[in-house]
Design a protein around this ligand. Structure first.
Ligand code: NIG
Ligand code: FE
Length: 385
């Protein structure tokens, strides 16, 4: 986590959108038709954001104000707000409208330095509306200049009409939604909100076993609200990542060590909801890797600014700048199946890069929280600024 290789006074050659070569001042700089002078700035891989919910119909400022006045996130959810509020709005919104608004969000994130992204469904909560969300993500995949991965999150909240029929909703997911999604090849991964007041480890296990059999690996929400058993159930289902992890103790760390499952932390959610922060330092010191993502969604993290996420990781999680940047690039790429394909500066990879303003040290990037320290963003070799 602490090892972040760098080259001083470097040059980097791009051609046709791909990184061709790089070197230091001693290696002869190849001829280029066009030159971008980083002028004292740093050239970094663009951020990878492996956990987002950017397809949504409406923002939820009213709940934000309710929380300022004292209601908790869980109380709002119990009163039918929260995810169910977003679901009602999404069900009334057309696929084209959802595509237009989420496309705008995606491009705003790219301009802030995001160079690869995962997007979840989970505000549909009926077969038809989950398919609608996933078709929007499929369209984003087809038109986006950056890699996009799709995750099915039908088990995000229990719809009100299933209030006393939990098992029936799980059956609907397993027997109707998952096969329909697999048939249209709409999702790379399957997620479940495995936590107190949402879905149990047993329900999660049932859904993940069915999704894995259909070729959708697990990437789940776990241990945001309690020691819910979500981390263990994710690991036992060979999840690619388990995300949130505010409630991580010794047993959870033990369960994660030596597995393929990437612990993914979303500090802007803990910041926005006023939750305990996950014990990142303890996890890293125990030998775990960490990925960082934005969780961009209308309820618990209405921002896709990865630069702010790395600042929070340093300030609140006590991660070093090197650890935070590794977590937000190469490790987050791994957490969405893009290991070796994004999140690093490697010959042959798409030239998705951030060039910062002049900085005296790497630490200046997370230190300058909230400031636009990015000079320009390069996507597939093209300077967006
Ligand atoms: O990751 N925790 C569950 N899902 C989202 C919140 C979704 C919402 O409130 O709309 C999250 O925080
Ligand atoms: Fe989330």
């Amino acid at each position: 986590m602490q090892h972040l290789p760098s080259v001083d006074n470097a040059w980097l050659l791009m051609d046709k959108g791909v990184i061709i070569d790089y070197g230091d001042e001693k290696t002869p700089r190849p001829h280029a038709n066009e030159v971008i002078d980083a002028a004292g700035g740093m050239v970094m891989p663009a951020f990878c954001d492996s956990h987002t919910h950017i397809v949504f119909a409406a923002t939820r400022e009213n709940e934000f104000v309710d929380r300022i006045r004292g209601l908790s996130y869980e109380e709002i959810a119990r009163r039918g707000g929260g995810i169910l509020n977003s679901s009602a709005r999404l069900q009334q919104t057309s696929e084209d409208e959802l595509y237009a608004t989420s496309h705008a969000r995606l491009h705003e994130m790219i301009r802030m330095g995001t160079g690869a992204i995962e997007i979840k469904s989970g505000y549909g909560l009926t077969t038809e509306d989950e398919l609608k969300m996933l078709r929007v993500i499929k369209r984003l995949k087809a038109t986006s200049p950056i890699p996009v991965k799709a995750t099915f999150l039908g088990a995000h909240a229990l719809p009100a009409e299933f209030k006393n029929k939990r098992a029936e909703y799980i059956t609907l997911i397993v027997e109707e939604m998952l096969p329909a999604i697999a048939h249209e090849q709409l999702a790379d991964y399957c997620d479940v909100f495995c936590d107190r007041g949402f879905f149990t480890p047993e329900e999660t296990d049932q859904i993940l076993k069915a999704s894995t059999a259909l070729g959708m690996e697990a990437k789940i929400h776990a241990n945001e609200l309690d020691y819910s058993g979500g981390i263990q159930i994710g690991v036992s289902n060979n999840a690619l990542s388990v995300d949130h992890l505010e409630f991580t103790g010794d047993d959870e760390i033990k369960a994660l060590l030596g597995t393929r499952t990437m612990p993914t932390l979303l500090p802007s959610t803990a910041f926005f909801l006023g939750l305990e922060y996950p014990p990142a330092r303890k996890m890293i010191d125990a030998g775990l890797p960490i990925a960082l993502s934005s969780d961009y969604n209308p309820g618990s993290s209405p921002s896709g600014n990865m630069n702010f996420v790395i600042s929070l990781a340093c300030i609140k999680l006590k991660m070093t700048p090197e650890e935070a940047i590794n977590a937000a690039t190469i490790n987050s790429a791994y957490a969405m199946g893009l290991a070796g394909k994004a999140g690093c500066i490697t010959k042959g990879l798409p030239a998705n890069l951030i060039i910062t303003k002049p900085v005296s040290a790497l630490a200046a990037i997370p230190y300058s929280f909230g400031l636009p320290l990015i000079q320009c963003v390069v996507i597939n070799g093209e300077n967006l600024n």
